[in-house]
Design a protein around this ligand. Sequence first.
Ligand SMILES: C[S@@+](CC[C@H](N)C(=O)[O-])C[C@H]1O[C@@H](n2cnc3c(N)ncnc32)[C@H](O)[C@@H]1O
Length: 264
Amino acid sequence: MNSYLSHLGTKIRKKLRLEPSISELDPYLADKELFFRAPPITPELLRAIKLISPQFHLRPTEESRRFWELNQNGLCWGEYEALQPFLSHLGSPSKVLDIGPGMGRSVVFFKNIMDWRETPFHLYESTGKTTKYTKAGPRFDDSFCGSLDLLGTVLAHNETTAFEIFDAGDLGAKLSALPGPYDFIYSFFAVGWHWSIEHFLDEILGLMTDRSIGAFTLHPRYKGSAELDRLPHRMLTFRRSWPRERWSQMVVLAKTEEALATVA
Ligand SMILES: C[S@@+](CC[C@H](N)C(=O)[O-])C[C@H]1O[C@@H](n2cnc3c(N)ncnc32)[C@H](O)[C@@H]1O
């Protein structure tokens, strides 16, 4: 049934709540080397993905597993291609922070592509029961919709080492309670996307040194902020893996121009 309908476009498929098709993925990104590997889609994992990514109507099938795997991996490649000059300039970080890792795709990807397997990664996330996404909206403490158990399962499936998960619930949803500083901090489709970045900037800056960089996906509804404008930063666009031909925006920021200086 699904392959019979695979020619349908993403908009129609979403409307009909059909299982997504691999043909909806950006072919350039779907063809890239696979670093993130998805485990079989159990009912438990399906529920967790649904909370984090309600736009996908996955099923417990091999086709859905493969779609999710290629989409997660392709998204990482799109972000990486935009960030690559900044990451080269950064060198080898002593500690990295992922804010809102979801199911951990970027942790797996960066550790592999950058050869940071032994670099400590701190993952700031919490288990939640409902999705309360806004679009570049305000900050609130019960916004988490992850699953710490399944995050651990997906990372173990990818044989990921040298990471520590911090339950934001135990930290009073305060980034400042994390044991920084970090050389590289990023938040993809979380802080900056659902919750506008200016509500978090003071805490993020408190976790950075003068050489650190931070990267944050920005929602199209983000209207800019005086707080960000005061900081050294660069706006980048990056290719999305789903739907096809979609590009999004990311900001790379630092406390000093020098941290971004060698990059045009
Ligand atoms: C759309 S998912 C993105 C997951 C992952 N970064 C990715 O790109 O695949 C948003 C994630 O942000 C997490 N989150 C919710 N509130 C947050 C907050 N205040 N700070 C950081 N992360 C948060 C959610 O629990 C969820 O895992």
